[in-house]
Design a binder for this molecule. Structure first.
Ligand SMILES: N[C@@H](CCC(=O)N[C@@H](CS)C(=O)NCC(=O)O)C(=O)O
Length: 209
């Protein structure tokens, strides 16, 4: 059996859950993957036992049958996309794959990671990991917001960021917007294109579903 360690609410592990969901696969229904839920609030990823699996003590982690460890969400998603399901959500041809990669990186580094930085610098649960500078939080949120017109422009007359079907770029951008809500960011207040996109993705992938 392969082993997938994750925590379902956190943004990077959530990429893995939603990538599979986008391919019509429930993560808990894969015959050869054992899903192991890790409680980050209880520090289950900070144990010596987990450090042996991932010295970085971050989630998600996928351990293959032969013991190979994939300890990055992008790597795990690339692997799962190729191994499970029919349609790739990384793009249908060389050009589309490159486009998905390009927009996904902007969504990741400009939106998701700036929100993550804001959270890490102002949330008490992250004090063990980060030398917190509370003023950094508002600056990081502002930086994420600065990238939004770029996305709103793409989405003003389209449902998806690349082509006319859902891709991994949409998943990462949606997760970034949704994570912003813990920082009181409103994903529906930054242009009509983003609001429509967020509502439709949230209908499909939101936590309540
Ligand atoms: N580059 C890694 C980053 C993983 C990461 O930052 N994971 C967070 C959850 S979103 C984590 O495990 N945090 C543990 C902690 O802050 O103690 C990836 O994308 O997989």
């Amino acid at each position: 059996m392969k082993k997938l360690y994750l925590t379902r609410m956190a943004p990077n592990p959530r990429k893995v859950v939603l990538l599979l969901k986008a391919k019509g696969i429930d993560i808990d229904d894969i015959d050869d993957i054992d899903v192991i839920d890790i409680d980050m609030a209880k520090g289950e990823h900070l144990t010596e036992e987990f450090r042996k699996i991932n010295p970085l003590q971050l989630l998600p982690v996928l351990v293959l049958q032969d013991g190979t460890v994939l300890n990055d969400s992008q790597a795990i998603c690339e692997y799962l996309d190729r191994v499970y399901g029919e349609r790739s959500v990384m793009g249908n041809d060389v050009v589309q794959r490159a486009q998905v990669c390009s927009i996904r990186r902007v969504a990741e580094f400009e939106v998701l990671y700036n929100f993550m930085l804001a959270f890490q610098h102002n949330h008490p649960s992250k004090a063990h990991r980060v030398d917190q500078v509370p003023e950094f939080a508002s600056k990081s949120i502002a930086r994420a917001e600065k990238a939004l017109p770029y996305f709103n422009d793409i989405l003003k007359d389209k449902d998806y960021l690349v082509g006319n079907q859902l891709s991994y770029a949409d998943i990462v951008f949606y997760i970034g917007l949704d994570f912003g809500r813990v920082l009181k960011f409103d994903p529906t207040a930054h242009g009509e294109g983003i609001a429509r996109f967020y509502n439709s993705m949230n209908e499909r992938f939101g936590f309540k579903k």
